[in-house]
Design a protein around this ligand. Structure first.
Ligand code: ZN
Length: 175
């Protein structure tokens, strides 16, 4: 079936107008909605991936920025029993204290509570065919690990954390 010449010209004309309007709308939309980074980050703590790669080990970068998991029984802190504070390896936020650390036998540092209510965020993670509660540093968005409801008293929680997300600071006994 052949369209009359005038009709096909007007169809072409209409399609061009639609395409041009679409491009204009897309451009305006892109201008007003800056590309979202693929991780949540606090705007005051923006640090480029290159900078982070420079100061973190490859494993620290993989765990904190790409939500990786270190192999069990391999990290620096799963079998670590000193007194002090476990801070975020990326931003230094206080995350867990040695007081709440317990031997869970799972091969990762485990804590029954966070050091305070504000520095650790929890969100549902449905990756790898499982529903788990992911924990992240609320200051910089770094991935820490997961929290499970099978911990000891008094909270019944088990914060299962990658050593690679943490930097231990021993308690200064002289203070
Ligand atoms: Zn952090």
């Amino acid at each position: 079936m052949k369209l009359p010449f005038r009709k096909s010209v007007s169809v072409l004309w209409m399609s061009s107008v639609v395409i041009i309007l679409g491009l204009v709308a897309y451009t305006l939309f892109s201008l007003y909605t800056p590309a979202m980074p693929n991780k949540m980050q606090n705007p005051d703590m923006q640090e480029s991936d290159d900078d982070l790669r420079d100061r973190l080990t490859p494993e620290q970068f993989y765990v904190t920025q790409q939500k990786g998991t270190e192999a069990p029984f391999t990290g620096e802190y799963w079998n670590h029993h000193e007194t002090g504070m476990y801070r975020c390896v990326v931003c230094g936020a206080e995350l867990f204290t040695s007081q709440s650390k317990f031997d869970s036998g799972c091969g990762w540092p485990s804590f029954y509570e966070a050091a305070n209510d504000t520095n650790v965020d929890t969100q549902t993670d449905t990756s790898h065919g499982m529903v788990r509660d992911e924990i992240t540093c609320s200051k910089c968005g770094s991935h820490l690990g997961h929290v499970f409801p099978d911990g000891p008293k008094p909270t019944g929680l088990r914060y299962c954390v990658n050593s690679a997300s943490l930097k231990f600071e021993p308690k200064d006994e002289s203070k």
